[in-house]
Every structure is written in C-alpha cells, then in structure tokens.
Design a protein around this ligand. Sequence first.
Ligand code: AMP
Ligand code: GLY
Length: 426
Amino acid sequence: MKVCVVGQGGREHALADVLGRSCEVVVTPGNPGIAGSTPAPASEIDADLYVIGPEAPLVDGLADELRASGGLVFGPSADGARLEGSKAWMKEVLAAAGVPTAAHGSFSGLTEALGFLHTMSDLFVIKTDGLAAGKGVLVTEDRDEAAAAVRSYLSGEAFGDAGRRVVIEEGLTGPELSVLAVCDGCRAVPLAPARDFKRLGDGDAGPNTGGMGAYSPVPGAGADVVDEVMDRAVLPTLAELARRGIHYRGVLYAGLMLTPEGLKVLEYNVRFGDPEAQVVLPRLRSDLADLLAGAAAGALTDSPVYGDDAAVTVVCASEGYPASSRTGDVIAGMQEANALEGVTVYCAGVAAADAGRLGAAPTHQRGGELLTAGGRVLNVTGQGPDLATARERAYAGVTHIAWPGRYVRFDIAAEAVESSTRRESP
Ligand code: AMP
Ligand code: GLY
C-alpha cells in the first residue's frame, strides 16, 4: 500500500515511521528530517490512503477535497473537524450527546463575557473559540488576569480572529488523560491511553504549550477507564454527529480530566495528539495502515494490539518557545541519540542547512546538517519494557542533542515512574 501523510511535525514523523513498517510512505510537505518528504501537494500525489495529521487542513476541508476526487482518506471532513475548529460548537455537541464536561458560557461581546466571569469563583479558564496552536487557553486563579485575557482575546489582539469569540469555563482539577479513538463513522476503537505535559516548565509551571512531552501507558488508566471514556464520551459523540449527518472518519482525541466527580471532557481534537502520537504509535504491535484504511473505508474491523512495553517522549524546544522561537541553530547529536537502544528521534521544527535536501532519506543521514526552524524542534522517544526504562532511554537520547538555548522539561513521566515503582515495592 502507498500512504500519503499530510503534515510536517513530530506527529507526522511518527506516523510515517510506523506506517513505513508495512507501506511505502510519502509525506507532504514533511521536513528534511523525515524520509520520503516531498513539496508536492496531496492532491498531486497518487496514494492508496491519505492520512491527514494537523487540524488546520482538516478544518479547511482537505479531507473533503481528497474524497471528492476518489481518495481513501483517514481524517474527518470539515463539518466533523469543527469539533476542534470551534470550542463553542464542540460544547454544544457535548451537551446534546450528554457527555460530561466543564460548565461554560461562550461570548463574543465583552460586557456579557465579563458579567459571566463575575459569576464564577476560584479557578478561571478562558479559551479561544477558534484554533490557536494549543496556546489559546488560560487557566488562572487571578480574576483580573482572566478579565485581561478576555479583553485581549475578544479585541483580536492576542489571537486574531480565533479569539473574537471566547469560551469561559469552570476550572476543574484532577489528573489529565488523552484517549485517541480511531473512528469509522459509527464504530470506534481506542488506542493506548497517554498523558501529555502542556505547561512549559517543570512541575507544570509557566504557560500552556502545544505539549512538552508524553508517556504511555498511564498507571491508573487501565481498560476500565478507557471503556468508560468510550461509553460516556466517544461513542455518544459519534452518535450525535451521525444524527447531524456527520460520519466521522478519523481520530477523535478526547482530552479528559479525571475529576473527583468522575471523568470530564476538556476538549476534543480531530487528529492524533502531538506529542501523544510519538508514544502511542511506536508501541503499536498490529498494523497501523490496515487499521486506518479500515476506518477510512467505514469498515473498521481490526482492534489495535499493544504489548506491555512503555514509551516516553521528551520535546526539545528552541529558546523563547512558546512566545517566540530562536531559529537557524545547527542541531548536534541526532545520529548519536538515534543509535541508542530503544531511542528514536522524531523531527518537527527543522530545516536543512542547504536547500533542496528533501528526499528519500533524511538530510542528516546523508551527511547534511539540520537547523532549528520552529518552537518544538525534536521529540526524543524512549521505549522499553517499563516506564522507568523508557524514561531513562529518552533522557539518555536528550543528553546527546544540543544547540544554543535548547530547552527541555526534566520531569516528563517522573511521577508516573515513582508511582509505578511504589506499587511494585512490597
Ligand atoms: P484544552 O486545549 O482545552 O485541552 O486546554 C489545554 C489545557 O488547559 C488542558 O490540558 C488543561 O491542562 C487546561 N484546562 C483546559 N480546560 C480546563 C478546565 N476546565 N479546568 C482546568 N484546566 C483546564
Ligand atoms: N498534545 C496536545 C495536542 O495535541 O493538542
């Protein structure tokens, strides 16, 4: 099978790698660190299956366009992608489907928004209605900060048009969990659960980012929890979408909080998580291409098969992320990190030192240099028989990777390793 992956980040690198176990893979536009990258648009690539990575092309209708010309596409149509493209609409679907979520209001007028804010207490959560690359969420105990965010979002100053409508919701507490379900329009199967780290700093300090690391499996989130997510969130949502004439074929990613009152959906994404994909996909034992092709055809028959192993990924970001990002620095240590047992480096915000280096093999394997070219630059994934080993391997890989101002969190999966070690001790 020939598969065309659309996108250019670490998620797409992981998709290409795992699909490459059984298929020929091209990635558009990809990046110089991903084998098989090509600048040709998806519409000009003849493939048996198209897998669309990022949310923006889905919201813009790329899946519809490729389907209209006869392609088999894994990724929802623009109508389904609205789940991520508009948080206000997503909340409306959740309410109609009876899915538990945080109480909220959505507003485009400042007076109404500030009035609603004043009815709330303790923990304030302000979100852009539209897409903001994972950065449009503020969680704060400071009412003045929340009010200032509402002003800067609604004025367009902070996030342009994406923020001209805001969702204000009650703050929830509890551990978070990401469950990515592969859907074929009516049926769905879950991939292994993962936990990601959205805040920039160790101990969950600092601003929200696209994600600074992730691990899978998640201690305490066994089959019972995943079944509950499917029964209370994913399947009712798919049924509600179908009732509205939307046959959702793609990943439905439920971002959840396990609150003292039970699980609640914080958000839906309409794609694989980034960096969750970089831990969930490499752990897969069954064939990813068969699974996605079945879902894309509306005929999901396979269930993903996982072993008992674990994976941890650590994001290496450039100086200044997420507010800005320093670019153009030479990345050292890729080959050394990749050569370690159980370590894979996935490339995200990278460029080639000399142009025209996209090709069958990644630039750095052909003697070329990779440069930093974005906020999240690389993901170093460690795999092993348990979380402790996977974590050790990921951080061993990270020690080889260097450029001026390289930034990583050092506590990815630390608590999970501690809690699983505690459970194993007599
Ligand atoms: P979202 O993009 O909606 O997942 O939000 C990004 C992050 O903000 C989540 O992963 C949570 O850490 C946090 N967050 C979102 N909604 C809430 C909420 N209602 N209460 C507390 N934290 C939240
Ligand atoms: N890791 C969060 C996301 O993909 O949105």
